[in-house]
Each structure stands twice: as C-alpha cells, then as structure tokens.
Design a protein around this ligand. Structure first.
Ligand code: ME8
Length: 516
C-alpha cells in the first residue's frame, strides 16, 4: 500500500434533499480520490451528513416531524445520491453516529484541558441558516431595516449562557500557519480573504447552546450541547479513528468544501486542532458555487434540481464530465441542459467515444476481433503515441494540483490528436490496398485509446471502464498507462475483442429540462 491520502467533502445539512451543489462537490472529491488511488496512494475518502443544530430543529418543527426522523430520511437521500453518482467513499458519516459523539467529546475535553474554554454570557447575532455567529460590524442592512449576515441570511439576537473558545488567542498562530503554508488555503483568492479576516482580529467564539438539546452534550456541563460547527468539523477526526489508536490517515490531506464555509475550515478548525494538540490538515480547498443559467439556485426561484434527475437525463458519466470540465476548479460555474448536451456530445461522445467505437468495431468486423500484429510502422505512429503520453501526463500533473478542468483539457489534446491521425491514415481505405499498414494504424490506435481510457477513468468511471473491459485491460493504475508491452502481450495471448457497444452515447436535448 502506498502513502495514505485522506480526502473529505463537507458534510451536508440534511434539512432538505441534496441539490446539484452537493453533487458537484461529491463528484469533484470522487475524481480526486480515484485519481490518487490510481497514483498508488492508500486513499481514505469520507463524506456524510451534518445532523445537529438549530436549523435541523426548526426544519423538523416546520414539517411536524421528529428531528431524528427528518435526519434519517434526508440523510438517506444524500447517501443514495452518492451511490447513484458512483462516489467511491469509504465512509458515509452521520454526526448522529455513536463514535462521532465520542470523538466530539474527546476534542472538547482536550480544548478544555488546554484552558481554552470558559463559561460566560453570549449576546450577539446568530444566523440559523448559516449556523453562524456574526459580529455587528459584519452585518448588512436588508429590506425594511432587517439585519442580514454577509451571506444575505437573516440574523436574530441571541442571549444565553454559553461556553466560549479562546479563538482570539490563536490569531497570531493562525497567521503564522498561513504564512508558513501557502497551500493551507486554496485557491489564492480565498486565502487572501481569510488572511484579511484574521488580521482584522478574532473574537472568542461561543461554542455551546442551552436553548435546545439536539446536539452533542458538553461533557460535565448539563444543559449544554455543542455548537453545531464544533461537532461538524470533528467529523473529519472521527473518520480517522480519533480518539483511539494511531490514526494512519490523519492529518487529512485535503478538505474539499464550498467557498461559503472556508472561514469555519480555515480559521476555527485549525484553531480547535492547535488547542487540542492535534496535527493540522494539509489543504482546505474552497471550490466555487454552481449556478443555474448564471443564477443562484434557490427554492423560491424554483430552479433547484434533483441531481438524480440530471444523472438520469444526461448519464452519470455525462454529468460528471460536464461539471469537472466546464467549471474551472475553484471558480463559480454555470450549468444548463444545452451546455451539458453540447459539451458531452462534442468531447465525450464524438471526440472520444466515437474514436473508440469506430476503431474497436472496425477490428471486430474486419479482423474478427483479433488485435493486429505490428504491421508496417511509420513515423506518424510513434508521434501519435508520444502525443498521447504527453496528454496523459498533462492530466496527471494537473489533477495532482487540483486543476481538474485543465487536466481534462490536456487529455482532450490527446483525443484530438487521435482523431486527426485516424482521418489522415484512413484505415478503412487501407483495408484492401495496404493491410500491413492498416494493421500498424489500428495497433497504434488501440494503444492510444487504452492509455486515454485509463487516464480519464477518475472522471468517467463507467464509460472508460467499459472500453477497458472490452480491451481486457486489468491494470488501470498510472504505471499501467506507460506499460509499453501490454499490447503485444495481448496479441501473443490471442486476445479477441467482443463486438463493442458505445461507451459514451450521444445525448439529445430533453424536451423539458428536469423539473425541480
Ligand atoms: O455547509 N454550488 O452544509 P450544506 C456548489 N453542514 N457547492 C455548494 C452549493 C452550490 N450551489 N451550495 C452548497 C454545510 N454547496 C455544513 C458543512 S462541514 C464540517 C459542514 C456546498 O449542506 C457547500 O459549500 O449547506 C458545502 O461545501 C456543501 O455544499 C454542503 O453544504
């Protein structure tokens, strides 16, 4: 087993059903997890649901449900979404899990032992939607003089006795952390935002609540439950085995989250960990938001679509490919049915899928499925393989640096090179005139398609997997991409190809977009 690589998504609030933003985050994390597995890392991948807090209590009340019943039902939809989208998680954590309560109480105790928790009275502004406390100076005026959080959500005045965490004590250690580790917060723009926020001074943080009891009980303090973000952030440790054992996957390599919750992950979380004397994660990456036709998704606009419907309409691979290719990772992006259909058809179905389909069915039809021997090799063959090797290496470098869209773009250059080659070499017209040359061309194409399919597996596991199955390719790691001998070994073994079916079908624009 290689070196551990621990990747997490945010855990979602199960106060409603999953939306495309949740799907996007899960898909991106999954592509990175699959990529790192291919690179030989011992990957641990965690996602799940964040089930405590006032938002859950209020939603359950509005629906006339028990909070636990709401959490159970909605959490199951999140897990089903992950399964539908082929998310290869190792654990789907629920913050109501027993081991999570234990981990949360353990980190609490460690922060108390460090002298960083004290009891006082909290008076200030709270946004239930964000589950966040805000300073007066951060608020903005909404319509009719209503006060809103910087995220535009309503805030209410809260006054209660709570435990406080000495966040102020960690201002300088945090600034030192950011200075020493430029990759701790990515991308750069989010890093700058966080640094400005911390430089502006940190107030101590209220970390318990007494006005409701749906949460993790504070050890030794009856009537107090932990502030939901204390327990939510701790999920990453729970999944690593905290507080028992040697935690081989900790510290996490990558917390993948959305831009709206960077402050919790890049300020509160490292401060809690420093206080509890636990190693800090490597990188917090705040991805952008997904918009629908350039507009924010919201229930009132009626444009919140079930990711399952999108996957049914465009295919799991289609949706995954579109999201990772279209959006420059870290920035906001927009989707629409037309944009998905256009991109998937042009790049996945026509450029790559058709290349594989044409080549493999030609071999099935004209050579009875036997892979051709070397034939008469020309310079163009070696040049194509070289271009494909460079394209796959480009994907590898980019994915290793979380530049997902650029990685796919590098890969596409290899696909386009194959298409130019197939048109220039025209194996169909060589069939009668020059079969020796045709053999060399087909052999080159099969080698190229195999490499391209392995490289793109993390993005489109189903279709690329199907092509590799057809070709009888078992080893699918990065080293296998460069395995020169694979082709000849298959020929020597007398491999016969089955008649192929399209791995990446063309999409039709649905008559109506999937409805909310
Ligand atoms: O924030 N586009 O949960 P959540 C892209 N429970 N990403 C989006 C998005 C959009 N339109 N909308 C939301 C929470 N997200 C907390 C996290 S972690 C210890 C606790 C992202 O259900 C969002 O940024 O509101 C977050 O990373 C994730 O979806 C879950 O959001």
């Amino acid at each position: 087993m290689g070196e551990p690589f621990y990747i997490t998504t945010a855990i979602s609030y199960p106060n409603g059903r999953p939306h495309i933003g949740h799907a996007y985050e899960a898909i991106a994390a999954d592509a990175i997890a699959r990529f790192q597995r291919q690179a030989g890392r011992d990957v641990r991948f965690q996602t799940g649901t964040d089930e405590h807090g006032l938002k859950m209590v209020q939603t359950a009340r509005d629906k006339g449900m028990e909070v636990r019943a709401l959490a159970d039902e909605m959490s199951s939809y999140f897990q089903a979404m992950c399964d539908d989208l082929r998310i290869s998680y190792d654990r789907f954590i629920r913050t109501t899990d027993a081991d999570h309560h234990r981990a949360s109480q353990a980190i609490w105790q460690a922060m108390a032992d460090a002298g960083d928790l004290y009891l006082d009275r909290y008076e200030g502004w709270y946004s239930v939607r964000d589950e966040a406390f805000y300073d007066e100076k951060e608020l903005v005026d909404g319509e009719g003089g209503v006060k809103l959080s910087p995220q535009g959500t309503p805030v209410t005045w809260t006054a209660e006795e709570t435990w406080f965490f000495r966040l102020s004590k960690y201002q300088q250690p945090l600034l030192d952390l950011y200075a020493a580790n430029p990759d701790f917060i990515r991308p750069e723009s989010r890093r700058n935002e966080v640094m400005r926020f911390v430089e502006g001074g940190l107030s101590d943080l209220s970390v318990s609540r007494t006005s409701f009891d749906w949460g993790v009980p504070v050890p030794g303090s009856p009537g107090h439950v932990m502030y939901v973000w204390v327990d939510a952030l701790t999920n990453y440790l729970t999944g690593a085995g905290y507080p028992d054992g040697d935690m081989p996957y900790w510290p996490a390599d990558l917390h993948l989250i959305g831009k709206d919750i960077v402050r919790f992950h890049a300020v509160y979380w490292p401060a809690f960990l420093m206080s509890a004397k636990i190693a800090l994660p490597g990188t917090v990456f705040g991805h952008g938001f997904l918009l629908h036709r350039g507009e924010k998704m919201s229930k009132s606009l009626g444009n919140v679509v079930d990711p399952g419907d999108l996957a049914r309409a465009f295919g799991v691979d289609g949706l995954r490919y579109f999201l990772l290719r279209e959006v420059s990772f870290g920035q906001d992006g927009s989707y629409s049915a037309e944009a998905i259909v256009t991109r998937v058809n042009a790049e996945l179905a026509n450029a790559f899928g058709n290349l594989a389909q044409r080549t493999l069915s030609f071999i099935a039809k004209n050579l009875g499925g036997t892979l051709p021997e070397a034939g008469r090799v020309e310079d163009a063959d070696g040049q194509l393989i070289e271009e494909v090797v460079v394209a796959c290496a480009g994907l590898k470098t980019a994915f290793g640096d979380l530049m997902l869209s650029q990685g796919i773009e590098a890969w596409l250059r290899g696909v386009y090179a194959c298409n130019q080659y197939i048109d220039a070499q025209a194996p169909w017209s060589l069939r009668k005139t020059d079969p020796e040359r045709m053999h060399a061309v087909l052999r080159t194409l099969v080698r190229a398609i195999r490499m391209l399919a392995i490289a793109i597996l993390p993005v489109v596991p189903e279709g690329a997997g199907r092509i590799l199955d057809l070709l009888g390719v078992e080893a699918r790691d990065h080293a296998a991409i460069d395995d020169d001998g694979w082709y000849q070994r298959h020929v020597d073994a007398g491999f016969v190809l089955a008649a192929p079916t399209a791995a990446f079908p063309r999409l039709e624009l649905p008559a109506a977009e999937p409805e909310p």
